[in-house]
Design a protein around this ligand. Structure first.
Ligand code: GRF
Length: 221
């Protein structure tokens, strides 16, 4: 079966990108990483992608007059490479509504909290300030609202008594590296699909009986 052509959008370190590239090396993985795009030319993740032989592109937001012009330039690059699904892995630009509309149902993001808790920036500090005992990460379809959209998969990690934001972020990041490849697999092989719930809201349904449990990952197992 042909593999789904996937792009990864980054702005920095690229450790989630590296986890996706690694997972996609498996012969039975249903996606291939066709392109990595960064809005920051110096993003360390670009060097990792090049070393892995993945095509890269830089689309700077600096020389664009507004968000939608930038979004359209990214989209042109994605189309040029035949991309069918877009993943956001530490991509630090907020889109205009145009981009998530153009890529609706084909755009997924990883966020380092158990959404809908703790959106935006300084997520681990938000979790510590709230005193939660569990944090984690979420992979979700992207909609125009920030850090919202149908949830595909989540993983929980404990918040420990002596945690600071950095220690908690490191524990969450290790879970992200396992969760994102799993969630991309579910989407790429067609098992995770958006459905409309009776109340009109969108949810992700997972097609086979075993997979829903895979979408709830407990990294302590
Ligand atoms: C991750 O924690 C991701 O959830 C968030 O930004 C961070 C990116 O890290 N959106 P990396 O670039 O993947 O190492």
């Amino acid at each position: 079966m042909a593999k789904l052509k996937v792009a990864i959008l980054i702005s920095g370190r690229g450790s989630n990108m590296a986890a996706l590239i690694e997972a996609a090396k498996a012969a039975d993985y249903p996606a291939e990483i066709a392109l990595v795009v960064s809005n920051v030319a110096e993003a360390p993740g670009l060097a990792i992608a090049r070393k892995e032989g993945v095509p890269t592109a830089v689309v700077s937001h600096r020389d664009r007059p507004d968000r939608e012009t930038f979004d359209r330039a990214v989209s042109v690059e994605l189309e040029r490479h035949g991309v069918e699904l877009v993943t956001l892995a530490g991509f630090m630009r907020i889109f205009s509504p145009w981009f998530p509309t153009r890529w609706a149902g084909r755009l997924i993001n990883i966020h380092p909290s158990l959404l809908p808790c703790f959106k935006g920036l300084h997520v681990q500090q938000q979790a510590l300030d709230a005193g939660v005992r569990l944090s984690g990460c979420t992979v979700h379809f992207v909609i125009p609202d920030l850090d919202a959209g149908p949830i595909i998969a989540q993983a929980a990690v404990p918040v420990l008594p002596d945690d600071d934001a950095e220690r908690l972020a490191a524990r969450v990041l290790a879970a992200e590296h396992r969760l994102f490849p799993l969630a991309l697999r579910l989407v790429a092989d067609g098992r995770a699909r958006i459905v409309v719930a009776p109340d009109g809201s969108e949810r992700v349904a997972i097609a086979d009986a075993a997979a829903p449990l895979d979408a709830i990952l407990n990294p302590l197992d």
